[in-house]
Design a protein around this ligand. Structure first.
Ligand code: PMP
Ligand code: GLN
Length: 382
């Protein structure tokens, strides 16, 4: 018999959030904002509930939301997915990742990701029975080692699973890097699954969807979610887009994961996707300020700080403080100074864990005074 948890254990986010709650620490571990998304979206969900949108939604999502996802892709990227056949609404990006990996991979296949990698990738690749192969992102800018990436492809590679902007490193990949990934995917005739949940959370650089690159669209499933863009991580409304036959395969799996996703949230997110460009610029600008406040505080506390170009997260090196084991530090930090963070090695296989041994991830999607208080507490470490 397997262990009761199937060997997968409790996620690091749950572990660190529980520790933060127990110790009363400021939680800069799990990435969720401490302010809710726009009032009009909250009102729209309340109105939808009052109007009776409380039973199962159609399995592929309500037409209004599928149309809004397609219109959003056209507005920002010039992409024109067909809302009927090329868009699937999911229960967060998490379900989109699971449905697409389970649809396309199985025992004997290899799935290639960059490393560090978001925790659900390793778990779902494991559930699918495929083998997880990685290529490293290298400090200080956390760009992929392209030679290692090329060497990591084999005749068994079935999917390259990208994440851009990248959690946990905060890297945003430039066009040349993405083009190289597409060229390799073409050469080896593999699918690209790209997780772009932080698409709107970039600082001074533009997010480039993989699907917008020449030769990519026909082999790419793009995943995103309302959680990050609209500061509504608990609503768990996500989506995937791509060629009709790929979306249909993911939909087949989704039927048996959740069947359908939160009915009253769907019209509300459709309304959110229609917000003017100024909303999208505002959320990125506000996060950029938060990034700067926390980065400054972390620098003052003596950490080596890797400035992120996107996401909710900043990575630091603890070595300048004489601390080399970030997993051990993360477990002690809430009790020690009252701040929780996530150690980067947990996003890695053993070799990558060794390479990232002294890296710690802090979330900055919090109010300015909370970030300042956290930085002040961390200064006590030095
Ligand atoms: N992918 C990445 C890279 C993430 O950071 C997260 C969570 N924040 C998810 C997927 C999951 O998104 P959701 O909450 O929409 O399921
Ligand atoms: N994506 C969030 C993070 O990286 C956590 C989501 C979760 O707890 N599964 O912090």
């Amino acid at each position: 018999l397997l262990a009761a948890d199937g060997g997968l254990g409790v996620t690091i986010f749950e572990e660190m959030t529980n520790l933060a709650v127990q110790t009363g620490a400021i939680n800069l571990g799990q990435g969720f904002p401490d302010e809710d998304g726009p009032q009009e979206i909250l009102d729209a969900a309340r109105d939808a509930i009052a109007a009776g949108a409380n039973q199962y939604a159609p399995g592929k999502g309500i037409p209004q939301l599928r149309a809004a996802v397609a219109a959003h892709q056209e507005r920002f990227y010039g992409l024109t997915p067909d809302p009927d056949t090329e868009v699937l609404i999911t229960t967060g990006a998490t379900e989109a990742i699971a449905a697409s990996l389970l649809a396309f991979t199985g025992p004997g296949d290899e799935v290639l990701t960059l490393e560090p990698f978001y925790d659900s990738y390793g778990a779902v690749i494991g559930l699918s029975g495929a083998t997880h192969v990685t290529a490293p992102l290298l400090a200080p800018d956390f760009m992929p080692d392209l030679a290692a990436l090329e060497a990591a492809f084999s005749e068994r590679t079935r999917v390259v699973l990208l994440n851009n902007p990248h959690n946990p490193t905060g890297a945003v990949f430039p066009r040349e890097v993405l083009q190289k990934v597409v060229a390799l995917a073409q050469k080896h005739d593999v699918l690209i699954i790209t997780d772009e949940v932080y698409e709107h959370l970039t600082f001074g650089v533009r997010h480039i969807p993989v699907a917008s690159l020449p030769g990519a669209a026909e082999r790419t499933i793009t995943i995103s979610s309302a959680g990050k863009t609209f500061s509504l991580t608990g609503w768990k409304i996500g989506w995937l887009t791509g060629p009709a036959e790929l979306v249909a395969a993911a939909r087949t799996v989704k039927q048996f994961l959740t069947y359908s996703s939160g009915t009253p949230f769907q019209p509300a997110i459709a309304a959110g996707l229609g917000l003017p460009d100024s909303f999208y610029q505002g959320i990125a600008a506000s996060l950029e300020q938060k990034r700067d406040i926390l980065s400054e505080g972390l620098r003052a506390a003596g950490f080596g700080v890797y400035a992120p170009q996107g996401t909710y997260f900043v990575n630091v090196d603890t070595a300048p403080l004489g601390i080399t084991d970030s997993v051990d530090l993360a477990r002690r930090l809430p009790g020690l100074v009252g701040v929780a963070a996530i150690p980067v090695p947990v996003f890695c296989h053993p070799e990558g864990a060794e390479r990232t041994r002294s890296l710690l991830r802090f979330a900055f999607c919090k109010k300015a005074d909370v970030l300042e208080e956290a930085a002040g507490r961390l200064a006590a470490l030095g």
